[in-house]
Design a protein around this ligand. Sequence first.
Ligand code: E4P
Length: 218
Amino acid sequence: MKFFVDTADIAEIRDLAASGLLDGVTTNPSLILKSGKPMLDTIREICAVVPGPVSAEVTATEHGKMLEEGRKLAKLARNVAVKVPLTPDGLKTCKVLSGEGTMVNVTLCFSPAQALLAAKAGATFISPFVGRLDDIGHDGMSLIAEIMQIYRQYPHLKTEVLVASVRHPQHVVQAAKLGAHVSTVPPNVLRQLFKHALTDAGLKAFLDDWAKTGQSIL
Ligand code: E4P
């Protein structure tokens, strides 16, 4: 499974990229607002740090304008994935941009039917939002299961399932069990993936015993 980080905070991205485990980045208008920085500069900067796909979202809602914005975003760097909303205009834009060789991430997916349409429109990524479904009492992960099941029936579809709106490590584990291609994870949740109390306790015990040997490897 590929790991993307869901943030526009360049300091966080640099730090996580240094782990060597980061495959890409997703941003959205709310994350740009949170960063307090100009969007275009931020996307350029992120693209220079992370070689994998960096999602940059259009803000127009009408096809012509969306296409214009998408083309402008795609020119920022070769690893930009233009993010479009799952609306009729968004999918029309997806079809054109993917035909031009631009990566497209179709966002705000909440149903299997929407995911099927995005794949037909040539999306590089479909982003189902699991956390927001959980928030309203639905089972976000069952949407991932349904989309994976549908896409498996049509092996010619190349759209990757990018699990979004991830709230905790179990979302990532469950998505991986279902074979989802990518999880986009907030920085704090990405850091939680490393952690286990028994790892910390075990390491402390080993290092305490090592110190008692009086030895040194170097
Ligand atoms: C995905 O690309 C979105 O940016 C993101 O995962 C949304 O998550 P949220 O529901 O925590 O805002």
